[in-house]
Design a protein around this ligand. Sequence first.
Ligand SMILES: [Cu+2]
Length: 267
Amino acid sequence: MAVGILALVGLSGCSGQWARFGLPEPASEQAPHIGNLWVGFWIAALVVGALVWGLIGWAVIRYRNKGDEHAAPRQTKYHLPLEILYTLVPFLIIGVLFLYTVRAADAVLDQSQEPDVTVDVIGQKWSWTFSYHGADDPAIGVDAHNVGTLEKIPDLYLPVNQRVRFNLESADVIHSFWVPAFYFKMDVIPGHPNSFDVTPNKVGVFDGKCAELCGEMHAAMIFKVHVVEEAEYEAYVKQLAADGNEGLKVMPQTTKHVLPESNSKEG
Ligand SMILES: [Cu+2]
């Protein structure tokens, strides 16, 4: 226990990635929900670990073999209160962790507010397609899309401090849309559209990845997230449209059309 508390004091005293137990700097309004959960789990695990290691160490030293047979500890069997304690305490710990997990999940999956910006994401072997709903925004007035390829890693532009809704669809296999700095990823499943909201709150360029081992070129499914001021975002979408990428890229309603013919026929 003492070791755990000491570790906590040490950690709270130092800043940066160590204090976040390895997480990158958070870049969205929703990220702290997951960040706090992650740090809380580590602290709970360290406290339990310190207690167990402490008891093991104490027993090893206290009851080490001194060549005296009578030095062995008292042997306890069928001690009902102790066994009930062993059973209840882990359930209590799991219950508390579960409660905080559900709360964090509810917070990051909340879509009760209307988004400021909507971006459709299609995961396709082996890149991403981003479609910006700009037509209903008077400052933009046009929809535009950006298709990534193996040769050209796609850019994703997002306005800072605006609620962004991502609609995720897959053209082929299961991918996973992941921006580590947002502490969030969601599976991109063929025939099963997914959606989540995020509010980037830090201007900068962040890495995006596919977090599902989707096939041979999985590692190539990376993208760059540019969180920019609103005016720059509007200018980007307008420019995309002007460069011949007007409109939204939409998926056919059923993935049966997407799979190659040979896959749907009896082989
Ligand atoms: Cu993928």
